[in-house]
Design a protein around this ligand. Structure first.
Ligand code: AP5
Length: 224
C-alpha cells in the first residue's frame, strides 16, 4: 500500500503521518525531514538543498527524485508506505510512478488534508520541534510540559528556519502554484483520491483519516 500525503504547509501532514505510521506499523518517508537531517549532518545533499529551503522554494526535482528513489529501493518489503511531502510537482509524480512501476507497485491512495490559510499560519508560528529526536509541539495547541524542552528527551526545542512569516507566505504560494495541480493529476489515475478536513483537533483528523482509509482502501486496524 502506497499512500501519498498532500496538503499545504502546516496542515498536519507530519503530525498525522507519524500517528498513522505508528498505529499501522507502516513506513513513513518525509522528504522535508530527510532534507533537514542532511542539513544538520552537513552532507552534500543538505548543502545543495539549503538555499532553496531557506527561501521557501522547492528543491529541484532531479535532487529529490534521486533521493526518494534510493530510499524506496532500500525499504524492506511488507507493510504500507506513507509518502509525506513527496511528490510535490507533476514531474515528481510522474517519476514516482516510474520508480514504483520498476518495483512492481503504484500509488494506491492520495490523502489531501485541507485547512484555511489563517489556521496554517497560526499553526506554523507556534510549531516547535525537538533538535534531538524531532518530536513536534505547538505553543498554542500542543505545548510541552516544560517550556522550550522536549517531553520525550529533555532537549531544547527549536523553531524552523523557514517558519518566519515572509517565507511561510511564499511557501503557501509555491504550494498553490506547483503542488495543488497534483490533485487533478491524481484524479486521472487509478489512485483513490481522499480529501479530509484538517481544521479539527489532531485526534478528530486522525479518526477521519482512519475511517476514510477503511472505507475507501479497505485498510483495517492492523494496517492490512
Ligand atoms: P516540509 O518539511 O515537507 O514542509 P511543508 O510541506 O511546508 O509542511 P510542514 O512541515 O510545514 O507542515 P505539516 O503539514 O507537516 O504540518 P505539521 O504536522 O508539522 O518541506 C520543507 C521544505 O523542504 C520545502 O519548503 C522544500 O524546500 C523542501 N522539500 C520537501 N519536500 C520536497 C519535495 N518533494 N520537492 C521539493 N522540495 C521539497 O503541523 C504543523 C504544526 O501544527 C505543528 O506544530 C503541529 O503540532 C500543529 N498541528 C498539527 N495538526 C494540528 C491540529 N489538528 N490542530 C492543532 N495543531 C495542529
Amino acid at each position: 500500500m502506497i499512500l501519498v500525503l498532500l496538503g499545504p504547509p502546516g496542515v498536519g501532514k507530519g503530525t498525522q503521518g507519524e500517528m498513522l505510521a505508528e498505529d499501522l506499523g507502516w513506513h513513513r518517508l518525509a522528504t522535508g525531514d530527510v532534507l533537514r537531517a542532511a542539513r544538520r549532518e552537513g552532507t552534500r545533499l543538505g548543502r545543495e538543498a539549503q538555499r532553496y529551503m531557506d527561501r521557501g522554494d522547492l528543491v529541484p526535482d532531479e535532487i529529490i527524485v534521486g533521493m526518494v528513489r534510493e530510499r524506496l529501493e532500500r525499504l524492506e518489503s511488507g507493510g504500507g508506505v506513507i509518502l509525506d511531502g513527496f511528490p510535490r510537482t507533476v514531474p515528481q509524480a510522474e517519476a514516482l510512478d516510474e520508480v514504483l512501476g520498476e518495483l512492481g507497485s503504484g500509488v494506491d491512495g492520495v490523502l489531501e488534508l485541507t485547512a484555511p490559510d489563517e489556521v496554517l499560519v497560526k499553526r506554523i508560528s507556534g510549531r516547535r520541534s525537538c533538535a534531538e529526536c524531532g518530536k513536534l509541539y505547538n505553543t498554542y495547541f500542543d505545548p510541552p510540559e516544560v517550556d522550550g524542552r522536549c517531553d520525550a528527551c529533555g532537549s531544547s526545542l527549536t523553531h524552523r528556519d523557514d517558519d518566519d512569516a515572509e517565507t511561510v507566505a511564499h511557501r503557501l504560494d509555491v504550494y498553490r502554484a506547483q503542488t495543488e495541480p497534483l490533485v487533478d493529476f491524481y484524479r486521472g489515475t487509478a489512485a483513490e483520491l481522499i480529501r479530509v478536513d484538517g481544521d479539527r483537533s489532531m485526534s478528530d483528523v486522525q479518526g477521519a483519516i482512519r475511517s476514510a482509509l477503511q472505507q475507501r482502501l479497505g485498510v483495517d486496524g492492523d494496517g492490512q
